[in-house]
Ligand binder design. Structure first.
Ligand SMILES: [Zn+2]
Ligand SMILES: [Zn+2]
Length: 121
């Protein structure tokens, strides 16, 4: 299974087709080779106001994200690594990179914006 944008752009390497057990923000980093869901509650502030209307988000590990999707880090995009919006080349806002030293080395994706692509890959 890979994750793509609705425009067809691939976003991840091949990852497991079943969601791994609940990703706990309090746990260590997101495991590579899988994806998971997190519930959005008031207690979780993943990204300003953009996630508030989402019931859940998909989480993928940093290692599973295609390199070409990841913007080059520049000052202001986080303190030492990306704490930054994930925007597809088609211009769609997909989620957020949480790569900074205090974050979980994962990206959070908005389920409505992406496709879990089970065929072929
Ligand atoms: Zn940092
Ligand atoms: Zn796209």
């Amino acid at each position: 299974m890979i994750i793509t944008c609705k425009c067809g752009e691939p976003l991840t390497n091949k990852i497991g087709y079943k969601a791994s057990p609940r990703f706990d923000k309090e746990d260590s980093n997101m495991l590579a080779g899988s994806f998971s869901y997190i519930k959005c509650s008031r207690g979780i502030v993943w990204d300003q106001d953009k996630y508030i209307k989402q019931k859940k988000l998909i989480v993928v590990a940093k290692e599973d994200i295609l390199q070409e999707q990841v913007p080059k880090f520049e000052t202001g995009m986080g303190c030492c690594d990306l704490d930054w919006e994930w925007v597809c080349s088609c211009g769609e806002y997909l989620g957020h990179f949480n790569f900074d030293c205090w974050q979980e080395k994962c990206a959070t994706l908005i389920p409505d914006k992406i496709v879990l692509c089970y065929k072929n890959k």
